[in-house]
Design a binder for this molecule. Structure first.
Ligand code: PLP
Length: 385
């Protein structure tokens, strides 16, 4: 079918339905709303009681970095030389916090040369590697500590973070060597319970007291939730208020400056993933053209995204009664399946579109070409609904 010239030149669509009507895509499409991203960024910038930085790994698309930078995000949490260079190019005046606590010597050298001035560590051996290669003047090192998990959907503590006793020693060593001592933690991801931050901030206070050192800054990590399940969106402002209150109660007049490094909380809700029903096998199970090796890779770990809409090929919503279905992705691997079952309209047909709202985090970045699938197109929309 030949498309009119106006459609060929289109660079921005009204919404996912417009994309379906005008392009009838057979591959997954990630629809991005810069306006939605800007609105979320403003919520963080207005509400968080400190500096907002963006955890680049959650979605490193340059168009996101540009919108955040333009909206006033002044820092980025980077974890690799490639992320360091990406931010250096797109957001040259922004701070880059190199908060991957384990680095090869060559990565440290790359970062030092790129002018990185904020590092985190969770071990003595990794601290020694930085001390040997980076002069201390005006450089911040933040011991990263961990607690037994609570409130997070995913246990980051099993990989990174020093127990509080070790964080005390690291903080003292950082200060003794002439670096700026700060503290950091990451409570996990999609923390819907604000209590996750409370125990960490109080422990930061204990670490500072035991070390006899007032940290210059306290980075409260990422973990801010996005809107993954139907119903009310998470109350970010309640989390911001809790962080401000507990920091005040814990540190009083010598409170460190606060920093946060949301990934998902900033980017996820600015994207909707448009997938297509490849087959409704014998009227029972659904095969989509995307799955756990593509844009839905997180679902088996973090749980289903259930803010779903089903549109017919004309872009009109299916309105049938909800029916629980098993959903498979396109590859021939049997783990390529969404967890449990999802409720979808009973009048869903082969060739319909299934839209997952809030799909911007840990999706485009981890999309693979396994089994020859994973051709994902990125298009810009004015609105997601
Ligand atoms: C992944 C990560 C983040 C971002 O986590 P979200 O749950 O996406 O907010 C922040 N800080 C560190 C150190 C991380 O590893």
């Amino acid at each position: 079918m030949t498309k009119p010239a106006s459609e060929m030149q289109k660079t921005i669509w009204d919404n996912p339905s417009d994309i379906i009507r005008s392009r009838a895509p057979d591959h997954p499409v990630m629809a991005f709303s810069p306006l939605a991203l800007e609105a979320t960024a403003r919520r963080f910038l207005d509400g968080f009681p400190g500096q907002v930085t963006y955890a680049v790994k959650s979605n490193p698309d340059p168009s996101i970095i540009r919108v955040l930078y333009k909206t006033g995000v002044t820092g980025f949490d980077v974890a690799s030389p490639a992320e360091i260079d990406l931010i250096g190019q797109i957001a040259p005046a922004a701070a880059r916090h190199y908060h991957n606590p384990v680095r090869a010597s060559a990565e440290i050298a790359h970062a030092a040369k790129a002018g990185i001035r904020a590092w985190s560590v969770d071990s003595q051996s990794e601290l020694a590697k930085i001390i040997a290669r980076v002069p201390p003047d005006g450089v911040e090192i933040s011991p990263r500590f961990k607690l037994p998990v609570s409130g997070a959907i995913y246990d980051f503590g099993s990989k990174f973070g020093a127990p509080p006793e070790l964080a005390v020693t690291l903080l003292q060593e950082v200060a003794a060597r002439g670096f700026t001592p700060s503290l950091t933690f990451h409570p996990g991801t999609q923390c819907t319970d604000p209590a996750a931050w409370e125990s960490y901030i109080r422990t930061a206070g204990d670490i500072a007291t035991q070390a006899g050192i007032t940290p210059a800054r306290l980075n409260v990590g990422g973990g801010f939730p996005s809107h993954r399940v139907t119903g009310a969106a998470p109350d970010l402002e309640a989390i911001f208020a809790l962080i401000a209150r507990v920091t005040r109660e814990t540190f009083g007049a010598s409170a460190p400056a606060l920093v946060c490094e949301p990934g998902r909380g900033l980017c996820a809700d600015a994207f909707s993933l448009i997938t297509r029903v490849k087959a409704l096998r014998d009227g029972q199970t659904i095969f989509l053209n995307d799955g756990v090796y593509g844009g839905l890779s997180e679902l088996p770990i973090v749980g289903n995204l259930d803010r779903i809409e089903v549109l017919d090929p004309k872009g009109q919503p299916r309105r049938g009664e909800p029916l629980s279905r098993t959903i498979f992705g396109p590859t021939c691997d049997s783990v390529d399946r969404l967890p449990g079952e999802l409720d979808l309209p009973e009048d869903l047909k082969d060739g319909d579109y299934v839209i997952f709202h809030g799909a911007g985090a840990y999706s485009t970045a981890t999309n693979t070409r396994f089994n020859g699938f994973g051709e994902m197109e990125h298009l810009t929309v004015r609105a997601l609904g």
